[in-house]
Design a protein around this ligand. Structure first.
Ligand SMILES: *Cc1c(COP(=O)(O)O)cnc(C)c1O
Length: 353
């Protein structure tokens, strides 16, 4: 047997996540991964690298609990929110039997994690306004253990109606977990569902330090849930999911000064978003700029594939969303520095229509 044939069937058939890094490109303006545009400096304070780290570093958990206004027992820290997505499937879904459900257009890792673990995934396309098709979800719930709802949604940028979350949480009570992926919640903090944890035993919330905290390279994310959910996740997580330097920097980022600095970065991004949106609105090849509550915007363009390629060749790397359902002609643009936005604006202005 070839090595390929030795592999699990679902792994042979797997399409890996098309991360911004994997897609490559020789750019000097990187606006395809929703990263913060500049680096925040840190110094390591822990030098005990001869020792294994704590599984759930106390300072990180306590700081995050305080920041999110939940109890430390309601917080799990992992190698990015992406690991949280996968731990949930490992804890709740029987391969070949149970299913997960999500509503495209949305984040790509839900399907990749399900496929990797040999768990079926089901999709219920979002409505025309990109809100949840609650009836469609209700009709497809049989065997579903986890529903992933990204809010604000990547890549559309809008918040999912909280009333719809309530209906979904009631509909699935005692049957399935509802995961609110709040990777971008710092850009619209009023929309968090964290305050609902005491009401809904089946609510799980995902968070990350990769976006507003400007630490995508750190690989650190959080799962907020009630204690019994966290206890199950702790059973399936690796014994040392975070290295000592990661825990050290995460605790600093979540200190009171770290939170203040994060909020200043968010305010700066919101100013830059306004600038970019306003400028894009009078560029000929731009058909529509969608409202965003995040650090990226979704834009519909005339001849979007040609525009994407043209900007790519000029070193401006955006994210092509054209293949996602209901997103034909759409590109996603991360809010970067003013200079980066200006490069995008100038390049788009030069595009023929
Ligand atoms: C970026 C992102 C994540 C992943 O966050 P990491 O902590 O970097 O793994 C999860 N969900 C959504 C919607 C994201 O955009």
């Amino acid at each position: 047997m070839s090595i390929e044939e030795l592999a699990r069937k679902n792994v042979r058939e797997l399409t890996p996540y098309q991360s911004a890094r994997r897609l490559g490109g020789k750019g000097d303006v990187w606006l395809n991964a929703n990263e913060f545009p500049t680096a925040v400096p840190f110094e390591l304070t822990q030098q005990t690298l001869n020792r294994y780290p704590e599984c759930q570093p106390k300072a990180v958990i306590e700081n995050y609990a305080q920041y999110a206004d939940v109890k430390p027992e309601q917080v799990l820290v992992s190698r990015g929110a992406d690991e949280g997505i996968e731990l949930l499937i490992r804890a709740f879904c029987e391969p070949g039997k149970d299913a997960v459900l999500f509503c495209p257009p949305t984040y790509g890792m839900y399907s990749v994690s399900a496929e990797t673990l040999g768990v079926e995934y089901r999709t219920v396309p979002a409505l025309a306004d990109w809100q949840l098709d609650l009836q469609g979800i209700a009709d497809k719930l049989d065997g579903v253990k986890i529903i992933y709802v990204c809010s604000p949604n990547n890549p559309t940028g809008q918040i999912i109606n909280s009333q719809d979350f309530r209906v979904l949480l009631e509909m699935t009570r005692g049957k399935a977990i509802v995961v609110a992926d709040e990777a971008y919640i710092e850009f619209c903090p009023q929309a968090t569902l964290a305050g609902w944890l005491s009401e809904y035993p089946n609510l799980v919330i995902l968070r990350t330090l990769s976006k507003a905290f400007a630490l995508a390279g750190l690989r650190c994310g959080f799962t907020l849930a009630n204690e019994d959910v966290i206890a199950l996740l702790l059973k399936v997580i690796a014994p040392y999911p975070l290295s000592t330097p990661v825990a050290d920097i995460a605790a600093q980022a979540l200190s009171p000064q770290g939170i203040v600095a994060m909020r200043e970065r968010v305010a700066q991004i919101l100013v830059e978003r306004r600038y970019l949106v306003t400028a894009l609105q009078d560029i000929p090849c731009v058909e529509q700029v969608f409202d965003s509550e995040t650090n990226y915007i979704l834009v519909r363009l005339t001849a979007s594939s040609a525009v994407f390629k043209s900007l790519w060749d000029q070193g401006i790397i955006l994210r092509d969303q054209n293949k996602q359902p209901s997103l034909s002609g759409c590109l996603r643009i991360t809010i970067g520095t003013r200079a980066e936005s200006q490069r995008v604006i100038d390049a788009l202005r030069a595009e023929p229509v």
